[in-house]
Design a protein around this ligand. Structure first.
Ligand SMILES: NC(=O)C1=CN([C@@H]2O[C@H](COP(=O)(O)OP(=O)(O)OC[C@H]3O[C@@H](n4cnc5c(N)ncnc54)[C@H](O)[C@@H]3O)[C@@H](O)[C@H]2O)[C@@H](O)CC1
Ligand SMILES: Nc1ncnc2c1ncn2[C@@H]1O[C@H](COP(=O)(O)OP(=O)(O)O)[C@@H](O)[C@H]1O
Ligand SMILES: [K+]
Length: 516
């Protein structure tokens, strides 16, 4: 498990440790980790040309000290400073033979370009967790010139808000980030997450409280995947009821069923709309003979519920939102089972919530909704009266906070899909998925995810756990796909992903959350 904390919590932990350690010791721990990263990456430090971007705070201090250590090992280090610099770090760099250029306004573009062009590596120490708002012009100029493929961000890419991931104006783009003590939420939240490259965590010994945001690793997911025991049967493993597919969109049902069959439930009951031609049911039967299909007339909630006993429901892929689907969603809310609501069932659920804001809180079992950003805007507009334009702005300014507000106000567990899918419980507990790739942004991958999550829910995982494990497996499957991937490729890749996770030697070993 990887943990992220708020800047305020990091400052508290830092203060406690600073009081207990000799002056400068904490910074030296950070510097040690940073230098190790740089040395590993360069292979040979001696003779390497390194540029240090040195802001006026401790982030600049880290970078300058790292520059000093690298200069002592024979690197040629040029520091560029927008203004004043960390005194001890500066003195150490100069004593080690490094050079300081600045303040930046006095440096012409030509000189700066030459320094950046020659650099094998740039250390971005302009701003860390002390950054506030958009970069000032003298910082922004340096951030824009730093070459992304050769830049390592110190603690946080400068210009990315460490708490929210918001980016206002220019920000450093790095090919790797070395962060200290714990992850910062902004490293994981879009848009900031697009600036970090892979993130390496350096343990500096902070004693941290409960995290504010978590990310599952392979080992966590391996320990959470429901594995059948000797006593298991198809019914004991969990039965999923999946309401998906209509005459208009039969394919979505096929994709969702594909995800569900590979999600670990023992039995799958699929409910489709008969419509004129019962197309969806026929499609599903042909593609997936394992699924048991019941075709119902649109909106016939009694027929849906009569499809058989299940442990969880998922509804939405390939359904046309309208009064008939609202009937079905209302029928599912009336059960005491966990329900996943996606796609064509989201607007109908939002309408039910607009009429009765306590509809979800009145249930004992969770409702997990899985919107993408556009669906989230529509859902919150209908259910909560939020202005969609304002919601778009709120998501860019502080994605996690916006989703937390919506989860608290509706009582739904919310899985907001995107580059960094977020899973948030009504009480605020939050997870982020950090794997996958842009190739997932193709029609139908969300349908596969809904089936997969529904299946995990039926197999007994709690709602947020099913969402987080489902998103992780879905992302890993995408990483293994031949590209460009199509949504239909994903179900067939899931068995290899799960098999490898379960075979990993550290499966089942406790994984500490220590130090993030
Ligand atoms: N918190 C910790 O546990 C540790 C922190 N360390 C380092 O210390 C950093 C935090 O240092 P500081 O608190 O000094 O903060 P920073 O170095 O992040 O930034 C503070 C400085 O930046 C200026 N500034 C703020 N916003 C700006 C903007 N938008 N444009 C231009 N300038 C801006 C401020 O006026 C101030 O001079 C961490 O990111 C990390 O690199 C490490 O040394 C080790 C331990
Ligand atoms: N850049 C990206 N990186 C990682 N995952 C992505 C990216 N873009 C989209 N995804 C994932 O792809 C899926 C798309 O789902 P969705 O928007 O519902 O599509 P559809 O409705 O066509 O199935 C989600 O799981 C989302 O998180
Ligand atoms: K930085």
């Amino acid at each position: 498990m990887r943990n992220a904390h708020t800047v305020a919590k990091i400052r508290d932990a830092e203060a406690a440790l600073l009081a207990a350690l000799p002056p400068g010791a904490l910074m030296q721990r950070a510097v040690y980790g940073l230098v190790a990263h740089v040395a590993r990456r360069l292979g040979r430090v001696y003779g390497a040309r390194i540029v240090v971007l040195a802001g006026g705070g401790d982030n600049g201090g880290d970078a300058l000290w790292a520059g000093a250590r690298l200069a002592e090992r024979g690197a040629r280090v040029d520091a560029i400073a927008p203004g004043r610099t960390h005194p001890e770090g500066t003195a150490a760099l100069l004593a080690a033979g490094g050079r300081l250029h600045g303040p930046a306004p006095a440096l012409d573009d030509e000189t700066l370009r030459r320094l950046f062009d020659q650099a094998e590596l740039v250390l971005d120490g302009l701003l860390g967790i002390g950054g506030r708002g958009g970069l000032r012009a003298d910082h922004a100029r340096l951030a824009a010139l730093a070459p992304p493929e050769r830049t390592v961000a110190v603690d946080v890419p400068s210009g990315v808000d460490a708490d929210t991931g918001a980016v206002t104006g220019a920000a450093v783009r790095a090919s790797a980030t070395v962060t200290f003590g714990t992850h910062k939420r902004g490293l994981w939240l879009t848009p900031g997450a697009a600036h970090t490259g892979p993130v390496e965590l350096v343990d500096i010994g902070l004693e941290l409280p409960e995290p504010d945001l978590r990310a599952l690793d392979d080992a966590d997911v391996a320990a959470m995947i429901p594995v059948p025991g000797p006593e298991s049967s198809k019914y004991r493993r969990g039965v999923l009821g999946l309401v998906a597919g209509s005459d208009a969109y039969p394919g979505a049902a096929v994709l969702a069923v594909g995800g569900a069959l590979r999600g670990g439930a023992g039995y799958l009951r699929v409910v489709t709309e008969t419509g004129v031609a019962s197309r969806a049911g026929d499609f599903v039967r042909r593609a997936h003979p394992e699924a048991v299909v019941t075709a119902i007339r649109a909106g016939d909630r009694a027929a849906m519920l009569a499809a058989g006993r299940v442990q969880a429901w998922a509804i939405g892929p390939g359904l046309d939102p309208g009064p008939a689907v609202r009937e079905l969603v209302a029928g599912l809310l009336g059960t005491d089972l966990p329900v996943v609501v996606d796609a064509g069932a989201l607007d109908p659920l939002a309408e039910l919530l607009a009429a009765d804001s306590a509809a979800l809180r009145a249930r004992d079992a969770p409702v997990l909704i899985t919107p993408h950003e556009g669906e989230f805007g529509r859902f919150t507009a209908t259910a909560l009266g939020w202005d969609p334009d304002r919601t778009t702005a709120d998501l860019a300014a502080d994605r996690l906070a916006a989703v937390r507000r919506a989860a608290a106000a509706t009582g739904a567990v919310i899985l907001l899909k995107g580059t960094r899918t977020l899973i948030v419980e009504p009480v605020g507990a939050a997870w982020v998925n950090t794997n996958g790739s842009g190739w997932l942004g193709t029609a139908g991958t969300g349908d596969v995810l809904t089936g997969l999550i529904g299946s995990l829910l039926a197999a007994g995982l709690p709602a947020a756990g099913a969402g987080a494990v489902g998103a992780h497996l879905h992302g890993r499957a995408a990483e293994r796909a031949a590209v460009p991937l199509a949504a239909g490729d994903l179900p067939d890749l899931l068995p290899r992903v799960v098999t490898d996770l379960l075979a990993a030697p550290d499966r089942g070993r406790p994984r500490g959350g220590h130090g993030g």
